[in-house]
Unconditional design. Structure first.
Length: 248
């Protein structure tokens, strides 16, 4: 049975990925820092408490798996919403660490197992903030742009071993995390939460937020044999973002 590892897999996009890979017949392994959320994961999933930036913990989990067919480097945090002059350096570093270093660590330790098998797929959860500049989101955008550079480099480096690497760039995803972003952005800009929400939605040609399952469905495709020659790609699942900061 094929195995997938999903970091930050106990809730949100990660949990939706777990459900989708489970339905596709994969053995699902998830890591997360939220023990309570992990306890609510399906019983057939392998779940481990681990911070994506804890290299020793992640290395141990990946070694325990024995083989890994698909890695979903999904862990991330939103970071502060503020003008650059108001962003504390420690907050910048924390955001970059979880998003970028977390993906690097997981890929670093998954790659040898994939090389031994002569196949594998690495899927990095970036963001449309990794395609466009996002005002008031300096740490997050910087991290997500860097994750795309990481993905494209992995595709070049690991392709000769039969390993593919792609980045998914979600747009605004319905859920608690985005609600926090909306409320912080509203406070920073002197707007209401609904005004910011409408601005994000109207900035897409589909006039819609994204659901976690939309990201999960793309991840399953990228992890499948149907995507055997899809590598080094940056794929937005965002309802087509025309303007990342519309009417705001």
């Amino acid at each position: 049975m094929k195995r997938v590892l999903i970091t930050a897999g106990a809730s949100g996009i990660g949990c939706a990925m777990g459900d989708a890979f489970d339905a596709a017949g994969f053995e699902v392994w998830v890591t997360d820092t939220d023990r309570a959320a992990l306890d609510h994961c399906p019983a057939q999933w392998h779940h481990r408490v681990a911070n994506a930036t804890d290299e020793a913990a992640m290395a141990s989990i990946i070694a325990e798996m024995g083989h890994i067919d698909v890695l979903c480097a999904n862990a991330g945090i939103a970071g502060p919403t503020a003008l650059i002059e108001d962003v504390a350096l420690e907050d910048f570093r924390a955001c970059v660490s979880v998003n970028l270093e977390g993906a690097f660590i997981a890929a670093k330790h998954a790659a040898p197992l994939m090389k031994a098998a002569g196949r594998g797929a690495i899927i990095v959860t970036s963001s449309t903030a990794g395609i466009y500049g996002y005002p008031n989101r300096t740490p997050y955008a910087a991290a997500k742009w860097a994750m795309i550079g990481l993905t494209k480099t992995l595709a070049m480096e690991l392709g000769p071993f039969g390993i593919r690497a792609n980045a998914i760039c979600p747009g605004a995803v319905e859920g608690p995390r985005m609600e926090g972003v909306l409320n912080r952005e509203a406070a920073a800009k002197g707007m209401t939460r609904d005004q910011v929400y409408d601005g994000y939605a109207s900035g897409t040609s589909m006039r819609s937020f994204v659901e976690a399952r939309d990201i999960a469905n793309m991840a399953v495709f990228l992890g499948s044999d149907g995507a055997r020659l899809v590598s080094g790609q940056v794929i937005a699942v965002d309802g087509h973002t025309e303007n990342p900061d519309p009417k705001v």
